[in-house]
Ligand binder design. Structure first.
Ligand code: ADP
Ligand code: F6P
Length: 459
């Protein structure tokens, strides 16, 4: 197999995996552990200078090469352009988009610096696979530095539709930059179509085909590769987590009540305020569920330097207080809401104890928690997934109860249906979803992408 170099802003360094690293880190860690390769990116730290050669670290399968960010890069590339401009853009939240030319320039410079520091590591690396919105321009910078290897790019978040994309001042430049890659992978067919629409808008001289773009004498393929999970790993962790100390304590604390669970980084794209309000509607309109259910929301803090993340935290505190004030009893609290993280095993154990997985992002590239919830369920008595139609996962997990997260009444109805669903129907839905998860797991995702990249290069 070809030697693979993976590049992403966030790197899940062994022994340092945080609780709020997100789907990219979870997915790539599993994919690389199996296939091996080099993983290059940010070491998670801020330093005075960042020009030294990358720090190297290895375990059995993966070599890691990481670099710090300077204070300016952290503030302007990561917090600024990536997370205050591209993130809201990709999640269709134009009211939150904030563009600053200086931050954009630092973003391009940081992409160029990553390219320069990667170059000396490329000697025996024919396949380069770049990830996510932090590094849209990295491929172009590598090409400018003379790299001829096949270059692939995978976007973990949604690609905005052309009319939304136009709000980004340098949209033409970034769409052109993406055409430096040989293979562009997206989570769903909708994202592929949105990108092809963007090419029509921004690069009129390019020829757009059904799943490719011909431009400047090159052909760039544009394909969906929905990211999956390691089903057996999740099932094993869930079993261990469930019978571990925290799993036992959670189960005992429920005293027979049905558990509804949500696990998300504390991010405005996850729709947490609407989720809490929809749960309030369940308690309001189906009073029989009062005292019989508990919503447990784990939302580890994420990107705390971005002001919008602080606002969402305060908003959630207020709604949580309101729910308690309205519905709590002296011996029952409807909601358990925590912003701290837990080890992965504990989280999977918690998921397996829930009757309902409530995954209602307002927009999400894929949403791995939805898949983990299903894989964590016990086969004889599985829970029900209530899933947002606006998460990439809804394109695959058709046997979930699919709801529109903007329609609180529909979410409340979905909850009521899930909580009352007979075991036979739960098993049927769960088996159908497990088949999809097994057929398109994390290993299939990595293999399909790498195969397509190598194939396109004639390797
Ligand atoms: P995103 O990438 O936007 O954060 P995903 O749902 O795709 O969303 O991925 C989130 C990943 O982070 C999942 O693998 C999930 O299990 C993990 N995760 C989320 N919250 C926690 C937590 N509190 N502790 C440990 N892992 C967590
Ligand atoms: O999966 C989406 C994603 O944005 C990743 O790109 C990112 O690594 C993760 O969520 C967590 O965000 P951050 O790296 O900003 O902590």
């Amino acid at each position: 197999m070809n030697r693979l170099v993976v590049v992403s802003n966030r790197v899940a360094l062994p022994g340092k995996r945080g609780s709020a690293e997100g789907g990219l880190a979870t997915g790539l860690a599993r994919a690389l552990e199996e296939r091996g390769g080099l993983w290059f990116g940010w070491n998670g730290r801020v330093a005075e200078t960042a020009d030294s050669p990358p720090a190297l670290l290895s375990n059995e399968a993966v070599n890691y090469a990481t670099v710090p960010l300077t204070r300016r890069e952290y503030d302007e590339y990561y917090v600024g352009f990536a997370n205050r401009c591209l993130w809201p853009l990709c999640h269709s939240r134009l009211n939150l988009l904030r563009f600053k030319r200086r931050e954009y320039q630092t973003y391009l410079n940081t992409n160029a610096r990553f390219a320069q520091q990667l170059l000396p590591l490329l000697s025996d690396a024919p396949l380069i696979w770049v990830h996510d919105y932090h590094l849209l321009a990295l491929g172009e910078r590598l090409r400018q530095a003379g790299v001829r290897s096949p270059l692939g790019f995978f976007l973990h978040v949604p690609f905005p539709c052309p009319c939304t994309l136009r709000a980004l001042p340098p949209h033409r430049e970034l769409v052109r930059a993406l055409l430096a890659y040989d293979l562009l992978g997206f989570q769903t067919i909708f994202d592929c179509d949105a990108f092809l629409g963007a090419v029509r808008l921004c690069v009129p001289e390019a020829r757009v085909e059904e799943r490719a773009v011909s431009y400047g004498g090159r052909r760039v393929r544009v394909l969906p590769f929905p990211i999956g999970i390691d089903v057996d790993e999740v099932a094993q962790l869930a079993e261990r987590g469930r019978s571990g100390l925290h799993g036992k304590r959670l189960e005992a604390s429920l005293t027979g009540r049905q558990l509804i669970i949500g696990v998300d980084r504390l991010d405005y794209s996850k729709g947490l305020p609407d989720r809490f309000r929809a749960y309030g509607q369940l308690l309001e309109h189906w009073p029989a569920f009062r005292r019989q259910v508990v919503l447990f929301q784990i939302a580890p803090l994420s990107r705390t330097e971005v002001p919008e993340y602080d606002s969402i935290r305060r908003e959630l505190n207020a709604i949580a207080g309101d729910l308690h004030g309205r519905y709590a009893d002296y011996d029952w609290l409807p909601l358990r809401y925590m912003t701290r993280g837990f080890p992965r095993r504990t989280i999977m154990g918690f998921l397996s104890l829930a009757r309902v997985g409530l995954v209602t992002p307002l927009r999400d590239g894929m949403n791995l928690v939805a898949k983990e919830f299903v894989a964590a369920q016990p086969a004889h008595d599985p829970g029900v997934l209530v899933l947002s139609s606006l998460a990439g996962a809804a394109q695959e997990l058709k046997d979930a109860l699919i709801v529109n997260p903007y329609d609180g009444e529909q979410v409340a109805e979905g909850l009521a249906q899930a909580l009352s669903m007979p075991v036979e129907e739960r098993r049927e839905r769960w088996s159908a979803m497990m088949k999809v998860l097994r057929d398109y797991d994390i290993h299939h995702w990595a293999q399909a992408f790498v195969h397509a990249l190598a194939e396109g290069a004639g390797a």
